[in-house]
Write a protein that binds this ligand. Structure first.
Ligand code: 5GP
Length: 193
């Protein structure tokens, strides 16, 4: 069992509706030491890839992506979920349905930050049905850039996203894959990796 899986068992809370709450260490309060370990693990899993940019989505992907980016010594771009008055110039836009908020958002990246020369590692905190990832993949492809891989902290393996993304042929690496979880008992079972 890796450090993330151990931490999920210790501090993760299973909620109704297939939601795992990890806000004490991952996506509200953030354990930077844990993130450091995760960053090293992503670096080793994508060591052979010519990654020159990390792409994530606001808000909870950003912290992890920054620590991963330190390992690769490359910049992070995060997709924005709303049109800010500060966004200038041409944009790549993809529609994404939010698993946790049950609404549709446009996710937006300024075209000047992604170009055909870019070799991108996509990073996010969770993978559920894969909508967020598919939006990010569409944005990379619209830029003519290359998706070199996808790194996820927690994949809920009982939802469809992982299968969809792997079937598309991407190297998808999830540090913890939850096979099943139970809101009544609090039980969490990981997939053997
Ligand atoms: P997807 O697009 O794969 O259905 O959902 C991915 C996004 O939904 C992630 O970026 C994450 O923010 C959020 N999400 C999905 N499932 C969970 C969950 O069980 N717990 C938390 N905290 N966030 C989740």
């Amino acid at each position: 069992m890796n450090v993330l899986e151990e931490r999920i068992l210790k501090d993760g809370i299973v909620k109704e509706g297939n939601v795992l709450k990890v806000d004490s260490f991952l996506n509200h309060q953030m354990d930077i030491h844990l993130f450091g370990e995760m960053g090293k693990e992503f670096k080793s899993r994508f060591a052979d890839k010519p990654i020159n940019k990390i792409l994530t989505i606001e808000a909870s992907g950003i912290g992890i992506a920054c620590i991963v980016a330190q390992q690769f010594d490359v910049p992070v771009v995060f997709a924005k979920k709303s049109q800010s008055i500060n966004l200038e110039g041409e944009m790549y836009v993809a529609e994404v349905e939010s698993f946790t908020h049950k609404c549709k958002n446009n996710v937006i990246v300024a075209q000047k930050f992604l170009s055909p020369e870019d070799h991108v590692l996509i990073i996010d905190d969770f993978l559920a049905n894969g909508c967020a990832l598919q939006g990010l993949i569409r944005i990379v492809q619209a830029a003519g850039a290359t998706v070199e891989g996808i790194g996820i902290a927690i994949e809920k393996g009982f939802q469809s996203g992982g299968r969809i993304i792997r079937n598309l042929g991407f190297q998808l690496e999830s540090l913890a894959v939850i096979e099943k979880m139970n809101a009544q008992t609090g039980e969490i079972v990981f997939r053997e990796q």
